[in-house]
Design a protein around this ligand. Structure first.
Ligand code: FMN
Length: 171
């Protein structure tokens, strides 16, 4: 798939079939994640891939932002200790959040390329995830990405017009 087509064609998918995602496709998706850019190449990220349906059910109980029944969930975390050690306060407070955001977009575009739907979910219980997976204090779950084969193609919610948001500055 061409990059531009993938960028424009990706949609947030919130209804999924019950088809499982092959492990090699999940591995390819995670490979795309780790090749995202990161400030000073700090890569202060950690990813937890959940495929177990019992775990997915549990996560849904404290995640009002999850719709439908995804086949897998990726928990995108940032490691605040690593970010601080490699990039100081700016890394810990700001840059690492940008880094995990870029990795998240890679995950969603790679999934789309494989015919797998995804949805970024911020509306979830951060401390409940930390407890469930016994995460160290310095590892923060920032985003869930739900994955599964789309039940239907979602309509595009559209975008603000390009002329409204892009400002060509010519002297
Ligand atoms: C940081 C972030 C948090 C989001 N949180 C949720 C969420 O909790 N639940 C949800 O259904 N969608 C969530 N979304 C998806 C957005 O609603 C969606 O990207 C937006 O409506 C545009 O639709 P599109 O992705 O199909 O282009 C989130 C997206 C981002 C980037």
């Amino acid at each position: 798939m061409q990059v531009f087509g993938a960028i424009k064609g990706r949609r947030s998918v919130r209804t999924y079939t019950d088809r499982k995602i092959p492990r090699e496709h999940l591995e390819q998706i995670m490979e795309a994640a780790i090749w995202a850019p990161s400030a000073s190449n700090a890569q202060a990220w950690e990813f937890i891939v959940i495929e177990d349906s019992g775990d997915i059910k549990k996560i849904k109980t404290f995640s009002p932002g999850i719709f439908g029944n995804p086949a897998a969930i990726i928990i995108v975390c940032r490691d605040l200790k690593r970010a601080y050690e490699l990039c100081g306060e700016l890394g810990r407070d700001t840059l690492s959040l940008m880094d995990v955001s870029m990795a998240s977009q890679n995950i969603m575009l790679a999934s789309h390329d494989l015919g797998i739907g995804s949805c970024a979910v911020r509306s979830f219980g951060i401390s409940a995830v930390k407890r469930l997976y016994d995460l160290p204090e310095h590892v923060n779950p920032e985003l869930l990405i739900t994955l599964g084969y789309p039940e239907k193609a979602p309509k595009s919610p559209g975008r603000r017009r390009i002329n409204e948001v892009v400002h060509w500055h010519n002297r």
